[in-house]
Design a protein around this ligand. Structure first.
Ligand code: HEC
Ligand code: HEC
Length: 265
């Protein structure tokens, strides 16, 4: 416990949040210094729930988008124990339409705490880097085979030198687990809305849920539609493959891929 507190102190925001935490009533459950013990299997399931219900607004790294705040720096998440903060936060906001089971909320809690810890630990230069324990040859096979990575990427093309650009293996792993649209490729999630009997309207997705969809068209105009039987919506998310992969990677796949990518200097 002592080491992790020292580690977290390297980051003042997290340290400040910890102080709030120590004063908070939520702590009664685990003792003031006790962090949630992360159940990795539950966190894996939580990652899938996150990719389905939260990623559009809170972002593929959970660090927020213009549609939803950063959850890594959220004191609600830091204080949360097994969903006791996240559950009420989900109920409190009209932005949160998904109906989740109690078990799914616990899984989300494990996932988000795992993300917070991964980020806190990556900042610690003395921290362990268990991510390089994989087998690079197995990673290469997965990249070209069942992972399907080579249908979009190439080790001598867009990913040439990726390990030089991102020398820290833990960051490299985060990058393929939770990529963003910032390099050469498409810059936005495209959506096309067709109201029956009218011309389709396309543009950059602003927001989508079960009831409504909004976009900004090429001229910059904001358009919003209610969803219903006469409204067809097609979303083209360039990172859809990555969101789907989160459900499929085993721990070995992740470590092997990281070891493989770490060779692309
Ligand atoms: C449609 C966009 C949207 C979706 C989808 C969404 N959120 Fe949010 N969330 C927000 C916004 C916006 C806020 C800020 C509070 C508000 O305005 O409701 C927020 C606030 C939160 C907070 C409180 C953060 C804080 O520090 O106060 C948590 C926790 C949270 N969301 C978790 C989730 C989880 C988990 C999911 C998936 C099950 C999710 N959200 C899905 C938009 C969204
Ligand atoms: C359907 C296409 C597609 C597939 C399949 C795919 N990716 Fe990606 N990947 C993308 C897109 C799009 C981006 C974002 C590129 C950008 O930043 O504009 C991305 C980003 C990345 C990045 C970050 C690149 C950087 O330079 O920062 C890495 C690393 C990566 N992918 C690795 C993988 C791996 C490993 C797999 C297989 C397990 C995979 N991708 C499968 C489309 C794909």
């Amino acid at each position: 416990m002592r080491t992790s507190l020292v580690r977290l102190k390297a980051d003042t925001t997290v340290a400040a949040a910890l102080i709030v935490l120590m004063a908070g009533p939520a702590l009664a459950q685990g003792g003031p210094y006790e962090r949630q013990r992360i159940d990795n299997a539950a966190a894996d399931r939580g990652r899938a729930v996150y990719a389905k219900h939260c990623i559009n607004c809170h972002g593929s790294t959970a660090k927020g988008t213009d549609r939803g705040p950063d959850l890594i720096r959220s004191t609600v998440v830091l204080r949360d124990r097994l969903g006791n903060g996240i559950g009420p936060a989900l109920k409190a906001s009209a932005n949160h339409q998904a109906t989740l089971s109690a078990a799914e909320i616990v899984e989300l809690s494990h996932f988000l705490h795992q993300r917070v810890e991964a980020i806190a630990t990556n900042r610690n230069p003395r921290g362990p880097l268990p991510v390089l324990t994989g087998d690079p040859e197995a990673g290469r096979a997965y990249f070209n085979g069942s992972g399907g990575c080579s249908s979009c990427h190439s080790p001598t093309g867009d990913l040439a030198g990726v390990a030089t650009r991102i020398p820290d293996a833990a960051n490299l792993q985060q990058r393929f687990l939770f990529p963003t649209l910032r390099r050469g490729g498409p810059k936005q999630v495209e959506v096309t809305v067709t109201v029956r009997g009218q011309q389709p309207v396309s543009g950059a997705l602003v927001r989508i849920d079960d009831f409504a969809v909004s976009l900004r068209d090429a001229s910059g105009e904001y358009r919003a539609f209610n969803r219903g039987a006469n409204v067809a919506v097609t979303v083209q998310d360039p990172l859809a493959a990555h969101h789907g992969l989160l459900d499929r990677y085993t721990d070995d796949d992740m470590h092997n891929l990281t070891a493989y990518l770490a060779r692309l200097k």
